[in-house]
Design a protein around this ligand. Structure first.
Ligand code: AMP
Ligand code: MG
Length: 406
């Protein structure tokens, strides 16, 4: 039997990063920059007003106060977006709005609140300091500055900065494109009436969500019956668009194991193995070659809990590492077990748990068997119990994978 760390390495070695790509801003969110971003422009691009008010010369309003206002003719009205070059003549004011270009010759802006808001003439009721309420060209960014670095995640603010600089595309590590495929003749899509012996398919939507939550893209999430030809055809129709294939079901020891039957055998490049873990013992990993294309394929067991735990344990971290994400793995911590629990000898057990982050305690949640999806849905962590441990007492620290959420 393969150990968990051994299979983690096999899977990690299969999942490779895509070449960097230059994507429009709208597609770059959450991805990691592979190149520095240098500003071509300065920000602000021109001196402009920080307030709605009046552009004036400091000396023209030097004596202004509430008691002795200064009256100036309003020679121009400058809304934001006015593009003609204006010059303020001495002894006049220009009404100006926030973000509008400052006319040449103006040395200060008097906010509208310190005036009578006039449009023909304006009464200025306060003196003003030089440069007040003026945003100077380049005070935020000077052209030529490196504003974002390779390795940084494209956050909403980084997108805003790029857009403000007139940059429409960023060079990033693209999301891996993942095909999620379920197998099983017993499966029917939710929404269809069930015949006796049939069950609703649940792995596809669950794993597709897990893939997207990890940051990757889902190409498709079809299901196929336990028919080798049908399964191969479904794979072939998507392989061209996929960087990784994840299948569920059809890999255990019974008959009609479609994934094993289709991809196993002496000439195959997928290894089907047993991993010393619970849940998730039957696993497979390798490469699917269709024509010119060779795509890594990870074949997970079909039980929903096994499938999702296997995704967590083997796939999620390398998938995120392939996106250059700085923290690809879940955060791990120790928490104190509230109740005793047991674990099979020789297998690493991943129990579902409820972690109280503030108290630092964890409670095992639901039975360890691999079809109890209900408990997984309300858990917020996995408890990892080592191979050589069979019984753990209450109040013992255990290793926990924090699955996030509340
Ligand atoms: P298998 O690994 O194909 O033998 O499947 C193991 C168990 O998981 C069986 O009870 C299947 O019915 C169930 N199962 C497999 N795939 C799915 C799926 N996509 N959705 C729900 N249950 C599944
Ligand atoms: Mg099956």
């Amino acid at each position: 039997m393969r150990t968990v760390p051994e299979h983690q390495r096999v899977v990690a070695d299969l999942i490779a990063a895509r070449p960097a790509a230059t994507l429009p801003l709208s597609e770059a969110e959450g991805l990691v920059l592979t190149a520095d971003v240098v500003a071509d422009l300065s920000l602000p691009g021109f001196d402009n007003s920080a307030m709605d008010g009046y552009a004036v010369r400091v000396e023209d309003v030097a004596t202004a106060s509430a008691e002795t206002p200064v009256e100036l003719p309003v020679a121009e009205d400058i809304p934001a977006g006015r593009t003609d070059a204006l010059t303020l003549r001495p002894g006049t004011a220009h009404r100006i709005m926030t973000g509008a270009p400052l006319p040449a010759g103006a040395t200060t802006v008097v906010p509208v609140e310190a005036t009578d808001a006039g449009t023909e003439t304006v009464e200025i009721r306060a003196a003003a300091e030089p440069g007040r309420h003026i945003r100077r060209a380049g005070e935020d960014v000077t052209a030529g500055t490196t504003v974002l670095r390779a390795g940084q995640i494209v956050t909403p603010a980084a997108l805003g900065l790029a857009a403000a600089l007139g940059i429409g595309e960023l060079t990033v590590r693209p999301r891996p494109r993942v095909l999620v495929m379920s197998t099983g003749t017993e499966l029917v899509a939710p929404g269809t009436p069930l015949q006796p012996g049939q069950i609703y398919e649940s792995n596809a939507v669950m794993l597709a969500a897990a893939v997207r939550e990890a940051g990757a893209e889902v190409v498709a999430s079809p299901m196929a019956g336990d028919d080798v030809e049908e399964f191969r055809a479904a794979l072939a129709s998507h392989v061209g668009d996929s960087d990784l294939i994840i299948t569920t079901g059809g890999v255990s020891a019974g008959a009609y194991e479609v994934v094993k039957d289709a991809l196993g055998g002496p000439s195959a490049s997928v290894d089907f193995v047993k991993v010393a873990m619970q849940p998730g013992m039957p696993q497979g990993a390798g490469t699917l070659t269709v024509g010119e294309r060779a795509v890594p394929i990870i074949t997970l067991p079909g039980n929903p809990v096994s499938a999702l735990v296997s995704f967590e344990v083997f796939i999620r971290t390398p998938l995120r590492a392939a996106m250059d994400l700085p923290q690809p793995g879940r955060s791990h911590r120790e928490a104190v077990l509230t109740e005793a629990c047991s674990s099979p000898r020789g297998k690493r057990q991943f129990r579902r748990g409820v972690l109280d982050r503030a108290a630092g305690t964890v409670t095992s949640y639901g039975p360890p068997a691999s079809h109890h999806l209900r408990w997984l849905a309300s858990a917020n962590c996995l408890l990892e119990i080592p191979e050589d441990v069979t019984d753990i007492d209450a109040n013992t620290p255990v290793r926990v994978w924090d699955l996030g959420g509340d």
